[in-house]
Design a protein around this ligand. Structure first.
Ligand code: 6R9
Length: 646
């Protein structure tokens, strides 16, 4: 029973119960699901897996040799077959699978039958290039239908895909291609951003010049920008598709064969290739998508995440398509041509399920209700949030202005590594509290523990961990199982460490507080401080760098950098600009520091460790805590002067 106080509560302290008409027709209506799944999580997940199409049933649900898991051992399955072919038998064949709207306003609807044709054709193109089961293909694309086609074509022939977000630089792309040793890269000439064509192919050219594995680059013509084509290496997508036959037998995959690799930032400089396999991943994303979003046949579902992130993989492509959903795919920005573009899309296509990030919600709040009121949002029946903690103010604004106090909000906590949502409400049964992702999904065991790995009492704060294996868990770090074991399974015995801090309240609700490691969450995107630091010290002017995440009104966190310069180099505004673009060039625009503060020394402990806590206090303008452990206390004074001079 929830701990309801009798006092008059402020809106952010209130508990929001699912409304009765929603609950009455919700996919999950019986709260017993939590106990039932908790009593036997393997059985629960096996039931969920049954809802997919298997070529051969599994022999064993779970083989757990901590920290290595195998789910649905012996089962044979194909993700693409589940996302397309099994919808072709009945009327769903003519259902819209993808409704695409590009930034310039162009539209395209692909039915499941259309998707089958396009995907099998592109699968044949890849096969023709010598790609076979197990060959990773790198995809660097905008939010256009061909990105989904390319992903599913890979899945069809058993080639793991590795998507690289289009905002990443050529160097970041190069490192990811090289780690995966891809023979084929799929890209586009460019992407539309606020009326301009931003080149993508150029970045691929620069990257691939240093990627010995790459033999072919397939280029989708999106913007028509002038594009250099290497006669031996590059081919246009529309040319190769013309000649390709449709129809292609799906590869019979083992449940544990790799479906994809997705690189993510960690606490060290090198991004990790997170490995997801087929059977367990597909089971969990399909199940959570159906239950959390209360998916109905007639829904139009829109997830605004870029397909280059895990949210795009799990809840734009695999979960929704496995469930036969009509998925909205949108290329543009929320403020182009006007600040009501998202609401225009919702009104135009009658979107009913909408999934976005707190950083976007805060932006909409800032723009004001003038924009949301201009459009009819009455088709919406459920709202989702993902990527970072949602502050109660943003939750309430979302509830009132987008949901018109009529749509449940599902705040979904999860990670690239978890593959599917781990903590979220079930909208028909779970009362919500603004700012809390509520409780673990059925069949998932999450806890908050102290330094020693002991569960904290209700009301306590600690580290968020997952205590039992789950089907969509990452299986390893690509080519580096040791790093997998060290990063995730060594902090607490027998538990997966998420890197997040959390509070467990009096009702047992989980309030995720953000990263406790050296990962910065900028607008819901993960950036490793070590990555930015190593980019900075590669610059000839920089001697040493320390990077922290500081609070930012819109982005959640912003990258704040502190540098010391080499002998003889003077600090100047041009140098700051130069360093910022250097980071953007090395990693991508999202890692560009908000500010760079030059110091003659970084604050260090006597043992030489940079005191990031202090830097965070300085960047956020807080009263400084204990500085007695500093090797040189005058350093702080200089930094403070420097900060006020900004
Ligand atoms: C899905 C995704 C994972 C990190 C995670 C946490 C933060 C994501 C959240 C949330 C609070 C939520 N995070 N969702 N924090 N509430 N609902 O974003 O994956 O890019 O790997 O980031 O994002 O800090 O550890 P990924």
């Amino acid at each position: 029973m929830l701990n309801q106080k009798i006092l008059q509560l402020a809106p952010e302290e209130q508990i929001y119960h699912p409304n009765l008409s929603f609950s009455a027709r919700a996919n999950v209506r019986d709260a017993q699901i939590y106990e039932r799944a908790g009593a036997n999580f393997e059985e629960f997940w096996a039931e969920e897996a049954q809802k997919l199409h298997w070529f051969r049933p599994w022999d064993k649900v779970l083989e757990w040799q901590s920290p290595f898991a195998q789910w649905f051992v012996g089962g044979k399955i194909n993700a693409c077959y589940n996302c397309i072919d099994r919808h072709l038998e009945g009327w769903r064949r003519n259902k819209a699978a993808i409704i695409f709207e590009g930034e310039p306003g162009d539209q395209l609807v692909l039915t499941y039958q259309d998707l089958y044709r396009e995907v099998t054709k592109f699968a044949n193109v890849l096969l023709g290039m010598g790609i076979t089961k197990g060959d990773p293909v790198t995809i660097y694309m905008p939010m256009i239908p061909q990105v989904v086609i390319a992903m599913l074509a890979c899945a069809r022939i058993g080639a793991p895909h590795s998507l690289v977000f289009g905002g990443f630089s050529s160097e970041a792309l190069r490192d990811r291609i090289n780690d995966a040793e891809s023979k084929v890269v799929v890209t586009a000439d460019g992407v539309w951003r606020r009326g301009k064509s931003i080149p993508l192919k150029q970045n691929v050219d620069t990257a691939v010049a240093e990627c010995p594995s790459v033999q072919k680059v397939v280029v989708v013509q999106r913007t028509g920008a002038e594009t250099q084509m290497d006669a031996d290496r590059d081919v246009w997508y529309h040319d190769v598709m013309k000649a390709a036959p449709s129809g292609c037998k799906p590869e019979i995959m083992d449940a544990e064969d790799i479906l994809f690799i997705l690189y993510t930032s960690g606490t060290t400089g090198r991004p990790k290739g997170i490995v997801h396999t087929t059977g367990g991943y597909l089971t969990a994303v399909a199940s959570t998508h159906r239950n959390i979003f209360d998916l109905k046949e007639e829904d139009v579902y829109w997830c605004t995440a870029d397909v280059g992130w895990i949210t795009g993989h799990s809840y734009l492509v695999y979960g929704p398509l496995a469930n036969g959903t009509t998925v909205m795919l949108f290329e543009g920005a929320p403020d182009y041509p006007e600040r009501d573009r998202f609401w225009e899309v919702i009104e135009k296509y009658k979107v009913s399920l909408f999934y976005t990030a707190p950083t976007a919600i805060r932006l909409f709040m800032k723009w004001g209700e003038e924009w949301t009121n201009k459009r009819d949002l009455s088709s919406l029946r459920l709202l989702g949030s993902v990527g970072e903690p949602i502050n109660p103010e943003a939750w309430l604004w979302y509830h009132k202005n987008i949901g018109k106090e009529n749509c449940p909000i599902v705040d979904t906590w999860w990670q690239t590594e978890t593959g599917s949502v781990m903590v979220a409400p079930l909208p028909g049964i779970t009362p919500t509290k603004p700012g809390s992702a509520t409780m673990p999904m059925p069949g998932v065991s999450v806890d908050v523990v102290d330094e020693m790995g002991e569960p904290v009492e209700r009301g306590g704060t600690g580290y968020l961990v997952i205590t039992k294996p789950w089907p969509s868990m990452l299986r390893t770090v690509y080519k580096d199982p040791q790093r997998y074991a060290d990063t995730y399974w060594s902090r607490f015995e027998g538990m997966y460490f998420t890197g997040d801090g959390a509070r467990k309240d009096e009702d047992g609700y989980i309030w995720v507080q953000g990263r406790v490691d050296d990962v910065i969450n900028v607008s819901g995107h993960r950036i490793g401080t070590a990555e930015v630091e190593s980019a900075l010290v590669e610059h000839p002017a920089v001697a040493e760098a320390a990077v922290i995440g500081r609070k930012h009104e819109l982005k959640g966190q912003a990258v704040s950098a502190f540098v010391t310069l080499r002998e003889g180099i003077a600090w100047a505004p041009e140098l700051e600009k130069d360093l910022k673009s250097h980071v953007a060039k090395k990693i991508g625009g999202l890692a560009r520091p908000e500010e760079i503060i030059c110091a003659w020394e970084l604050p260090k402990t006597r043992s030489g460790k940079i005191m990031r806590r202090l830097l965070r206090d300085i960047a956020e303008g807080r009263v400084l805590g204990d500085t007695s452990t500093l090797a040189d206390p005058t350093v702080v004074k200089q930094l403070l002067n420097q900060k006020t001079a900004l």
